[in-house]
Design a protein around this ligand. Sequence first.
Ligand code: FUB
Length: 321
Amino acid sequence: MKKIFLSLLGFSISFLAAKAQEKIIVSKGNPIITDKYTADPAAFVYGDSVYLYTGHDVAPKGKERYEMHEWLCYSSADMVTWKEHPSPLNVKSFAWASDDAWASQVIERDGKFYWYVAIQHGSIHGKSIGVAVADNPRGPFKDAIGKALITNDMTTDVKISWDDIDPTVIIDDDGQAYLFWGNQRCYYAKLKKNMVELDGPVQKVEVPEFTEAPWIHKRKKWYYLSYASGFPEKIVYAMSRNINGPWEYKGILNEIAGNSNTNHQAIIDFKGKSYFIYHNGAINTDGGSFRRSVCIDYLNYNSDGTIKRIVMTSEGVKKAK
Ligand code: FUB
């Protein structure tokens, strides 16, 4: 009896502690979050909510390089009121990694949530991709395999140590999952059904002027590969009828943000509308390329499936119903 009482008490305390750390943010437009710097957004829809995952820029003013140690998680049922959940993942969750909680993406499969992250490897030179898993989109997430899924020595095409970053993931209609990633070169590979092993060789995507930040999505039998191009970055995109290409380059989707060298996008559909989620440096106190902020604007398709140029706004989006 005492044992049951103590475990119920323990459960209630941790439940209340988690609740206490949740914070409600009512967005007043762009950037949507203004109490901390958020970058590299990724989002997906689960149940009646959007889950937004971001990096967390903490470089102090004057430090002009990335300082990022954890990822953040927000959810919303209307794209305007956001609940900030306690950070569900930190570089410390990956014992083999050293630092740099860079871009990431979460996807659900069979009731489990897989979080692919770019992170600095502790013993293999360069950036790498790790994967964490949870039973709940809010976590807690734990390292799924105890090692990196992708390391810099697996991709020797470009001679830089940061070409294995910015993972994006899709599960196609036939159940086959694919991981895309890259910097200067876009790579992709099939994932096994367990989502934590590659199912074939690392392949290359042929698209022009690829810098980084690939995002793969599918709509009405079209595959879309959007990515950052040039530097400072614009977001451009290509389309294909086949996930293995060939990809047809379609031009600029979003212009240079102006106040940030990077722009890193996510694209989702929610409650009948499409959204372009990205970051800029628009918090005008100390914001900029290393203190970035997530923004959301509408994304609209033409009848032939091409995408209209994004209009970045200060007002942001209205409540989704
Ligand atoms: O946040 C670190 C890096 O900046 C990301 O990996 C890139 O996509 C760029 O946004």
